[in-house]
Design a protein around this ligand. Structure first.
Ligand SMILES: *Cc1c(COP(=O)(O)O)cnc(C)c1O
Length: 427
């Protein structure tokens, strides 16, 4: 670090000498991890470049469409580019998905019918899916799978957070109505490691051996480009995620995607719009260039975020906090969990991430009752795109043992500052 940088950190953010020492030690310790992820980034950059070239993307794809949006070549070609990147038959990439949950919802609802059962094999799914399934706080389960007569079963992780294959086998053999198996790659608000693509492959192989026709669906949120392979490379029939996380590259202003087997993606598109219309309508308001450019940048930006998480893991550990994953664990998403065991430390950590943000740095964030979540949630996100969590952000449900989740960082240099400020704020 340059002396003038240190001076600046000390003056602007009151970073102490002790924390600068921790910073230098942490950077030293994480060198090998950075090299490993640089190589993944390089491969994925070529993968995306290749897909764009194969589809012969040109300026014509960045134009606007209006009204019905028939024949929007930017939209239709981006579907194909995504399908290629994910090595799958079909893609559906739309600014019309209001968030990742919406894309997941279309994938799930589109492919299940009354009497069918969805089986989650990684324990309770991400919080915003609870009301979708009918296990949330929405008492009448309005609009949920359960209200439509679609059943839900769940296999919890074992005590040491492993996939419980024995129990999965029992469910699959006992219940013929299981039509879709839900696999969540990222941790969500849990204290477990993300599922590696190789582990997702093991689950899929296991499920398919017992019931070849079950749809293996992966919630791929936060996972894109952290490995050279994606779930659809290893047999997932369907996967979905958000464009304001990894794959939007920090550039996409909104949206979500679904990729997978053509039949299943079509069913999902009928849920998004109308049976028989699906992905063929939907004007794109001039955002297509941003979705393309975001995808192009995503391999790079996703690894900036991973580096930020690794740095956070190491420096927080050096400062005496328990973290998951550890700096030298293999990762499959961009999330870093830190256990605070203390409500005010957690809140102060999140507030400091806000303070170190490029946007809304002067805002003091507070826990609130967010739609879709059962506990109060605090969210620090001084982001250019509202709520974008590929940008440096920290959030947490306010419940014991007060675990905070840090993710994102469009540039590692910015994330470092945010994390140093956050650490200063709680030491
Ligand atoms: C972010 C996320 C979602 C979707 O959340 P949105 O805020 O609706 O985009 C779903 N599952 C997981 C695991 C996530 O991390």
């Amino acid at each position: 670090m340059l002396d003038i940088t240190k001076e600046k950190l000390r003056k602007a953010y009151k970073i102490s000498e002790k924390i600068i020492d921790l910073y230098e030690k942490a950077l030293e310790d994480i060198r090998d991890q950075f090299k490993y992820y640089d190589e993944i980034r390089e491969y994925n950059q070529i993968k995306v470049l290749d897909a764009l070239q194969k589809e012969r993307i040109s300026e014509a794809h960045f134009t606007n469409s209006s009204g019905y949006g028939y024949g929007d070549i930017g939209r239709d070609s981006l579907d194909k580019v995504y399908a290629d990147v994910f090595n799958s038959e079909s893609g559906l990439v739309r600014p019309h998905f209001v968030n990742g949950t919406h894309a997941l919802c279309c994938a799930i609802f589109g492919n299940l019918r009354p009497g069918d059962t969805m089986l989650s094999v990684c324990g309770t799914p991400y919080d915003t899916l609870h009301n979708l399934i009918g296990i949330g706080t929405n008492k009448k389960n309005m609009g949920s799978l359960v209200e439509y007569g679609i059943n839900y079963e769940q296999v919890n992780l074992t005590e040491d957070n492993r996939i419980d294959f024995e129990s999965i086998e029992k469910h699959l053999k006992k219940n013929d109505s299981i039509k879709l198996v839900h696999i969540q790659r990222s941790t969500g608000y849990g204290w477990r490691k993300s599922l590696l693509v190789s582990e997702i492959k093991n689950i899929i192989d296991f499920v398919k051996k017992i019931r070849p026709n079950v749809i293996c669906f992966v919630d791929n949120c936060y996972g894109e480009f952290i490995d050279t392979l994606e779930p659809t490379d290893v047999g997932a029939d369907l996967a979905a995620g958000s464009l304001i996380k990894n794959i939007g590259g920090g550039i996409a202003p909104t949206g979500g995607y679904i990729v997978g087997k053509e039949e299943y993606v079509t069913q999902a598109s009928y849920r998004l719009t109308v049976p028989g219309i699906g992905g063929e309508c939907g004007s794109t308001f001039g955002v297509m260039r941003l979705l393309y450019e975001g995808l192009f940048l995503a391999p790079h930006i996703s690894i900036e975020a991973v580096k930020s998480a690794i740095f956070c893991a190491r420096i927080m550990e050096l400062a005496g906090f328990e973290v998951l994953p550890k700096y030298n664990d293999k990762r499959s998403d961009i999330i870093q969990a830190i256990k605070f065991n203390d409500k005010s430390k957690l809140i102060n950590f999140c507030r400091a991430i806000q303070k170190g943000s490029p946007v809304d740095s002067f805002v003091k964030c507070e826990p609130w009752d967010m739609p879709g979540y059962s506990d109060q949630v605090i969210m620090a996100a001084g982001a250019f795109v509202q709520g974008s969590s590929i940008e440096l952000s920290a959030d947490a449900p306010i419940r014991e043992p007060y675990i905070g989740y840090l993710q994102g960082g469009l540039t590692f240099d910015h994330a470092k500052v945010g994390i140093l400020v956050a650490l200063s704020n709680i030491l």
